[in-house]
Design a binder for this molecule. Sequence first.
Ligand code: PMP
Length: 359
Amino acid sequence: MIDRAFNFYSGPAVLPTPVLVQARDEILSFNGCGTSIMEISHRSDEFIAVLQSAEERLRSLLQVPGSYRVLFLQGGASLQFSMVPMNFLGGGTADYVVTGTWSEKASVLATGFGTINITRSRGYRSSIPDPGELRFTQNARYVHYASNETIDGVEFPYDLDGEGTPVVCDASSNILSRPIDIEKYSLIYAGAQKNIGPSGVTVVIVRDEFLETSRGKQKGVLSYASFADNASMPNTPNTWGIYIIDLVCAWLQEQGGVEGIAKINENKAKLLYAAIDNSDGFYTGTAEPAARSRMNVTFRLPSEELDSNFCRDAAAKGLVGLKGHRSVGGIRASIYNAFPIEGVERLLEHMHDFASKNR
Ligand code: PMP
């Protein structure tokens, strides 16, 4: 067995080892068909079955009601920053809740398609609004937010209630990590490369009624309706990516689904935040406690030099990908669904050792 590193990268990120093993075993001949899934038509029976299975598993894991469509797009979550306003804004007004880097980017890319009203969290990049604190513009076409800010390490611990305004959510870095109430949302999108699969696929879950309001606004691959009308295939989809998504979802079902993995995720994050809080100030968490992400644990050491040495020494022990995003520095431990508890334990040991040697 190859020795696998403990992979803390924020995305593309760790995939479950059994998924990689199965993909390896099937790479020359998928299901005995004599070719890889990558090498056959997206219109073949084999691929259609994979696509349908991936959709069914996602529906079942997230309890998606029949009145929603589950779509597989490309262009990353970034394309959604533009596609959402192009399809749903139409010169109207939208509210953007900005809690960190990605929701900010989404708000910037929506300008030009209508009026954008921005609400920033109190401690921008370190906090989350309290439930009920937000006020929405009357007749806003939608309110957009990011349920987890991957760079800043802040996460909404609740499903935002639009109080009648359709809610659009960028859930790229926490989808499938805990149960959510889909009915609270009009549209959820997520780039796959953190909790769902490899990069190159974006999952979109959209309420039929909301989707219909976009009909005719865009064409081809810029139109959600064309993905919905053509079973996610107005053009050639990322067949390999969707195949891996199906395998990841099957793995997740074996872990007890999102309820099961949520408990494991909660525990992993709790252990890391406790180590930060009990370090006598050697490690400082960057998010306010109530806004702490269970997926991306962000913290700092007393100097940038120590941040850098911490990552260097961790990598020598097989703990890779801990450097914070280049825009904020510090340390970021991304501990998505597929990240094993053993890796968290190894990081705790490293934190303890490093603090005792460098205090
Ligand atoms: N939103 C969030 C919350 C993200 O974490 C990322 C990427 N890490 C993006 C959007 C952009 O995703 P992509 O690179 O797939 O366009």
